[in-house]
Every structure is written in C-alpha cells, then in structure tokens.
Design a protein around this ligand. Structure first.
Ligand code: ZN
Ligand code: ZN
Ligand code: ZN
Length: 382
C-alpha cells in the first residue's frame, strides 16, 4: 500500500473516536498496538513481523504516537494528522521510548496487542511495574467487528471477486474429473488473483471421503465422478487507497450423476444456511443464529455430522469477532460482517458445506455479500 485515500483517512479518524469511547467504557488508559490487524485498521500501516519494536501508543486524548524502527519509517503512509511518527534509530532503546510516552499513565490500565511479541510485552511489563495489563482485543474486538462504510465496500468487492471465481468454476472452466485436488486448488488460486485478489489465503479442495474433513488440505487424491467436492476459497483484496479485506466462500461440486443421498443432504444444508442467514438480524444473538442452522440439520437426522460452528467474523483478518457459536453472547447490530457456513460431514464417505459472507445492513437486515448460485454445482463429465 502506497498511501491512504482521503476516505480511508476519514474512516480511520472515526474508528479512533470509537476506540477512545470504548477505552473510556472499559477503563483502559492507553492502547498499545503492535503486530496484527488492529494497527492497519487504525492507521493503514501494516507492520512487518520483525523483532524490532513497532508500537502505536493511543492515550485517551492527544495524538496517538507511532513508534517505529527508523528503517521502516519510509513505509508508513502519510495519513494526515491521525498520528505522530516517532522513528527510533538502531542503538536507541525503543522500549524506553514507549515507556516515556506512557509516563503519565504508568500505574494505569494498559491494553496491548494480542499479537505483540512476548519479548516486547515482557520488556514493557518490567519497565512499568505499576501498570495493569489487558489484551487490546477487549478494546478493539467489538469495535472492529462492526464495519464502517469503507470496510463494507471492501468486503463487498472481495465477495464479488470470489463470486466471479465460483461462476467460472460452475461454467466448467476448471476441469475436475480425474485431476488431483492440489491441481484444482492451484487453478482456483490463480482465478482468485485473476479476479482481483492481491493474495490467496487458502484454497481447500476436498473430494470424496476427504470432503468430510472441513479443513482438508488439497492433496494428491484424484477426483472421481459422483463425489462431492468441497471448494472453499478465500483471499485478500484491497480497494485503491486502503488495506486489503478478506473473501471466503464455499460451494460444493459434483461431476456427473448426483447420488440421491447427496441431493437430499444438500437440500437440508441449503435450508439450514438459508434459515441461518434470515435469522441473522440486528438484535439476534450470534449463538441463536448457530442454533437455527443446527436445528435444521439436526431435525433431518444429520446433527452429529455438523461438527463446527456456523460462522466467524471477517474483515482484515479471515477469522475475527464475532463467532457464530453456542456460548457467544454477541448481539448482532448493523455493520457486523461474518460467514454463515453450515456443513454436513459423513465420515469416510462424503461432505458438503455452503458458505457466504453476510453483513447486517443499516436497517438491521441480513445482506448476503456472495450472490452466486447457492445450489449444488453440477458439472458434466468431460
Ligand atoms: Zn474454516
Ligand atoms: Zn471458508
Ligand atoms: Zn469461513
């Protein structure tokens, strides 16, 4: 990323305001962001996972300060007056630079990146013995989970690109029969890039009995006729002037005749996914949405074959808050973005999954970002 657009800077200044409201609400005096997605979300800067200390220090008021190794400073985009840059040179004590910035709150509550290096956190902890420590996600998690307009535009663009890949798959552009899963995965990865993704995160291709393993790594198995093939693909797509957002879509494919059991099972899966998407309205708990998908599958007798949660939040990271799972107490609200991806896995025989990204719109209604056909993808043998 070379620089943030004006809209991207404006969006971040809104995010900083919401972060500070949340800091006040949960009693955090300073937020310390190092590696991980919180930093680009708030500043546009993606820190390389170097051992050298990178840390954005956000107090409840005043300009945030980004402490960054001097050699990385040229990579930090100019972002208006969002934060002050404080490069540190080789030989300088970067931990002391951060500790000095924290002097006024040295006995306060400090929230540090969940993904910061332990070495940085331990060094700060030693330097600030009177402070109390919390994970930054207590501040940023719920704020990041509700996307602003810039983020929703990015998620929709990434989903549309993933849809175009599935369309090309459904049109038979990627041969399946007799080919290895790994070859199909490579083709799908190439199509993700062709359709605008900058990076491929994963391309799961699981055929036959492998389709019953939800995170199966595409391997040497050759795809046969009348087998279910679970294709779950995702990557990162950046709109001009901002950081990238993730896509994540799953469709299940069969080449040739579809066994009756598979067809019946797929109807159950489709009903479960449809019911869960419809249930995902503002005011509904994420756990309840999981319950809706699970009830449909359980009713049809496949309850024990649905062996994972119904979905996960998505944004800069492919998995982030909120999670659609029993026990999660997030109540959906406009801006929440997440996958709805029930699956049915019959061990040793076959599996299937149907996944779309859904956002709760301003009116509190679920909006599918993935609009490509939801049926079983049936291909002619050739
Ligand atoms: Zn997954
Ligand atoms: Zn997926
Ligand atoms: Zn997913």
């Amino acid at each position: 990323m070379s620089g943030l657009s004006e809209a991207a800077v404006a969006a971040r200044s809104g995010r900083l305001g919401r972060v500070r409201e949340r800091m006040a609400a949960v009693g955090v005096d300073a937020l310390l962001l190092s590696h991980g997605a919180d930093l680009p979300w708030l500043t546009g800067y993606e820190a390389m996972p170097l051992e050298r200390l990178t840390m954005l220090v956000v107090r409840r008021s005043g300009e945030p300060v980004l402490v960054v190794p001097e050699l990385e400073a040229p990579r930090v985009a100019a972002v208006g007056d969002l934060f002050v840059l404080r490069p540190w040179s080789e030989g300088e004590d970067a931990v002391e630079v951060v500790a000095d910035l924290l002097a006024p709150v040295r006995t306060g509550v400090l929230a540090v990146s969940d993904r910061a290096w332990a070495s940085s956190v331990l060094a700060l902890w030693e330097r600030l013995p009177g402070a109390q420590w919390r994970p930054a996600s207590e501040v940023t998690g719920p704020v990041r989970a509700r996307k602003d307009d810039a983020e929703l535009a990015a998620l929709r663009a990434a989903a549309a690109a993933a849809d175009r890949v599935v369309t090309r798959l459904a049109e038979g552009e990627v041969p399946l029969l007799g080919r290895r899963e790994s070859e199909v995965a490579a083709d799908l990865s190439r199509l993700l890039v062709e359709e605008g993704h900058q990076r491929v995160n994963f391309a799961i291709v699981g055929s036959g009995p492998n389709a019953a393993s939800p995170h199966h790594e595409a391997g040497e198995r050759r795809i046969g006729a009348s087998e279910t093939v679970v294709c779950d693909i995702g990557g990162v797509l950046a709109l001009p002037g901002d950081v990238g957002y993730c896509s994540d879509i799953t469709r299940t494919v069969v080449v040739g005749d579809v066994p009756d059991e598979v067809r019946r099972c797929y109807e159950v899966l489709r009903d479960a996914q449809e019911a869960a998407v419809r249930a995902a309205t503002a005011g509904t708990a994420t756990a309840a949405v999981d319950g809706v998908a699970r009830a449909v599958i359980t009713e049809a007798g496949y309850g024990p074959c649905f062996i994972h949660r119904t979905g996960h939040g998505i944004g800069i990271e492919e998995h982030e808050d909120p999670y659609l799972v029993a026990g999660d107490d997030t109540v959906l609200a406009p801006g929440h973005a997440f996958s709805v991806e029930p699956g049915i896995y019959v061990a040793g025989r076959f599996g299937m999954r149907l996944e779309d990204i859904v956002v709760v719109d301003d009116a509190g209604r679920p909006e599918r970002c993935n609009r490509v056909d939801h049926g079983l993808v049936e291909l002619e043998p050739r």
